[in-house]
Design a protein around this ligand. Structure first.
Ligand SMILES: NC(=O)c1ccc[n+]([C@@H]2O[C@H](COP(=O)([O-])OP(=O)(O)OC[C@H]3O[C@@H](n4cnc5c(N)ncnc54)[C@H](OP(=O)(O)O)[C@@H]3O)[C@@H](O)[C@H]2O)c1
Length: 212
């Protein structure tokens, strides 16, 4: 599958590596591809402009800061987003470290800004290393999906499987409004990371068993 990742940071590079390994045709979209091409961490990646990444992808992935994502994605021709699966991984923070979308979510903002795209929020609850190596955790973790379009979530589930997230680990939370929970988890994520001294952890939904 052709995947256009928007962003060239930790998340975009990790996902590009993971999905390329799985056989996908991946490009990274930068606001300044010529300058960024000089960066050591981007050697070996296919770097294009943001609009070109949007045109390339059968699936387009937002991996930019949540406060900037909508403006960055607007560079993509509307026709290149219409009908496409738009996977959103972003979380927005203010300069003071608060959520930039309290009582709302970036996922919803993107869906409202690009109504013809089929937005799926996922991978926002784990760090970039764990995104592409869930098997490195000591036990199975849960990864969440939010979106209004079931077919788009099915495509996204396949891409999660390609990163190593088994079907049983993938939990569909429902419509794009449920992206709020994924994004607001960032507050707990930071607290847990500080408490255990590592960003590389997962969380697992453990339902109650049969009570005798
Ligand atoms: N890091 C994680 O472990 C993690 C986990 C879950 C979710 N997230 C979320 O995923 C998104 C990407 O995270 P990241 O860690 O990859 O971020 P990052 O390292 O800061 O990279 C973000 C990339 O977005 C592009 N960008 C576009 N507009 C920008 C702007 N106004 N300011 C800065 N960069 C801009 C930049 O690429 P160009 O300069 O080439 O355009 C930059 O390399 C964020 O929303 C983050 O909250 C991150």
């Amino acid at each position: 599958m052709r995947i256009g990742l928007v962003g060239t940071g930790n998340v975009a590079r990790a996902l590009a590596t993971g999905w390329s390994r799985a056989g996908h045709d991946v490009v990274l979209g930068s606001r300044s591809p010529k300058e960024r091409a000089e960066a050591a961490e981007l050697k070996g990646f296919t770097l294009v402009g943001v609009a070109e990444a949007g045109a390339h992808g059968e699936v387009v992935v937002n991996a930019t800061p949540g406060t900037a994502s909508v403006d960055v994605l607007k560079v993509i021709d509307a026709a290149d987003l219409a009908g496409k699966v738009l996977v959103d991984i972003g979380v927005g923070f203010t300069e003071g470290g608060d959520l930039s979308h309290p009582n709302y979510s970036l996922g919803e903002e993107i869906q409202a800004a690009f109504p013809e795209a089929r937005v799926v929020k996922t991978l926002a609850t784990v760090d970039a290393v764990v995104m592409t190596s869930p098997e490195s955790l000591e036990g199975p973790a849960t990864i969440f999906l939010s979106g209004d379009d079931d077919a788009a979530k099915t495509v996204t589930k396949g891409l999660l499987t390609d990163l190593g997230w088994p079907d049983a680990s993938q939990l569909d939370l429902g419509g794009i409004g449920t992206a709020r929970g994924q994004e607001h988890f960032a507050l707990l994520f930071v607290g847990v990371a500080q408490a255990i001294g590592s960003y590389e952890f997962g969380i697992r939904v453990v339902p109650q068993g049969t009570v005798a």
